[in-house]
Design a protein around this ligand. Structure first.
Ligand code: ATP
Ligand code: MG
Length: 415
């Protein structure tokens, strides 16, 4: 579609021509619609007179016109007044697709000359479709002469272009967001496939080896292979559980079963599990006697403590581990401290994100889900999770859970 031609004889060389060019330039260069409209109307006001201007756009669902922009540039009219007064002209221009001029009388409550209202309604075309309308209001006459109506049509055409620019840039942004989503999904699939293939590869390899008919394995070797298969199957199950947990936690479909629980036995059970897996690990356990009874999902809280202990045993291998619980200011803090290599400061704020692993952790197996799941579990309890780490000294992972005062005897059976 071409721009409506402004007959050159109607332009006073100088101001008008400059304004017309400036409007065209703004439209070509601006992607900020609001700022673009402000600039266009400011310039428009140098070539024809209006007191208010309002833009109405069709709501695609309701198919109703809705005000989307308004300015009062003359005679101090408020925006709202401009909007209601402009509505009939906006509707008429929108429905008919024609420029319309409405003359109204504001009634005896308005003083003298100001009673007279002229509204110029112009349809707005975007990509050949009428998407709304633009209304210029002038109070107290004189009415719009033909040249001014032409100029207003020129402005309306350019406003349509501004809206088209906005539509296009939104489409580009949408496409980019979709591309980013696809990229993240691809990355997710490749991370997960890689992690699932590793244990599966071991299992398949050792099973094939055991099944070979040309070789017989002594009992010791057979047991060794079966243990590897068993471990790798556990790893596979753990990975799948973690994946399911993380997606359920993300969609809010993983429910917590909160029950009055004593935390000390939960901690001791986790310590017992890690000692089962790593019998030589030096672990110190500090549990005061006065730990309160807490409203928690003990299986999920145990999962967080297991994660902390497993991480310490993996990333601070050989270091002593200290697990401490204590009550401060209405909260219980549980922390797991190691004396490992520490985590560089630039990574600590990302550790609780999904799939985040400190670069260089690749020689240790993991998917970067453990701490993400832990954070979600603690947040579901209304608590807070955190980390403090000093390079060369070690790392402390901790979480705080709120304490509500309960009758201690209620949880008596759970100790
Ligand atoms: P997953 O727990 O899903 O099997 P992961 O252990 O890599 O895999 P997280 O538990 O979320 O994932 O830990 C994220 C990263 O934080 C780890 O990859 C590791 O780089 C770092 N990290 C965690 N705990 C420690 C620790 N105690 N000392 C040093 N680095 C740690
Ligand atoms: Mg982990």
């Amino acid at each position: 579609m071409s721009s409506p031609l402004i007959p050159t004889e109607t332009l006073t060389y100088g101001t008008e021509l400059n304004a017309v060019y400036a409007i065209a330039r703004i439209v070509a260069e601006t992607f900020d619609t609001e700022a673009g409209l402000d600039a266009v109307f400011r310039l428009a006001r140098t070539i024809f007179i209006f007191d208010t201007v309002a833009l109405y756009l069709e709501n695609e669902e309701s198919e109703e016109l809705e005000p989307s922009y308004a300015r009062a540039l003359g005679r101090g009219r408020s925006r709202e007044e401009g909007l209601t007064w402009g509505e009939p002209a906006a509707q008429e221009a929108f429905r008919s697709g024609q420029t319309i001029l409405r003359k109204e009388d504001a009634g005896p409550s308005v003083k003298e000359r100001d009673r007279r209202r002229d509204y110029l309604g112009l349809p707005l075309l975007v990509g050949g479709r009428t998407v709304g309308s633009l209304v210029f209001g002038r109070f107290g006459g004189p009415s719009y002469p033909a040249e001014h109506i032409r100029l207003a049509e020129f402005v309306a055409w350019h406003v349509g272009q501004l809206l088209e620019n906005r539509r296009l840039s939104r489409r580009v942004a949408n496409l980019e967001a979709q591309r980013e989503l696809t990229r993240m999904q691809d990355e997710f699939i490749s991370t997960i496939s890689h992690e699932l293939r590793t244990p599966l590869g071991f299992i398949k390899g050792y099973v094939t080896t055991l099944m070979r008919e040309d070789t017989t394995w002594d009992e010791v070797r057979r047991k060794e292979f079966l243990e590897i298969i068993d471990d790798e199957a556990d790893r596979l199950r753990e990975l799948i559980d973690n994946l399911l947990d993380s997606s359920r936690l993300d969609s809010g479909t993983l429910s917590m079963t909160l029950e009055l629980t004593r935390i000390a036995p939960v901690i001791r059970a986790s310590v017992h599990r890690i000692k089962g897996a790593h019998p030589k690990i030096p672990i110190e356990v500090n549990l005061p006697d006065d730990l309160p009874v807490m409203q928690i999902d003990s299986t999920r809280i145990a999962q967080v403590i297991d994660n902390f202990l497993n991480n310490a045993s993996k990333y601070a291998a050989g270091s002593p581990i200290t697990i401490t619980a204590g009550k401060h200011a209405g909260k219980v803090r549980i922390s797991v401290k190691d004396e490992g290599p520490g985590i560089p400061a630039e990574h600590t704020s990302h550790l609780f994100e999904r799939f985040y692993r400190v670069p260089g952790s690749s020689n240790t197996r993991g998917t970067g889900l453990g701490l993400y799941i832990s954070r979600k579990i603690i947040e579901a309890h209304g608590g807070e999770i955190g980390v403090k780490s000093t390079m060369g000294e070690g790392t402390i992972f901790y979480f705080d859970l709120p304490v509500t005062d309960f009758d201690e005897t209620e949880a008596g059976g759970k100790t």
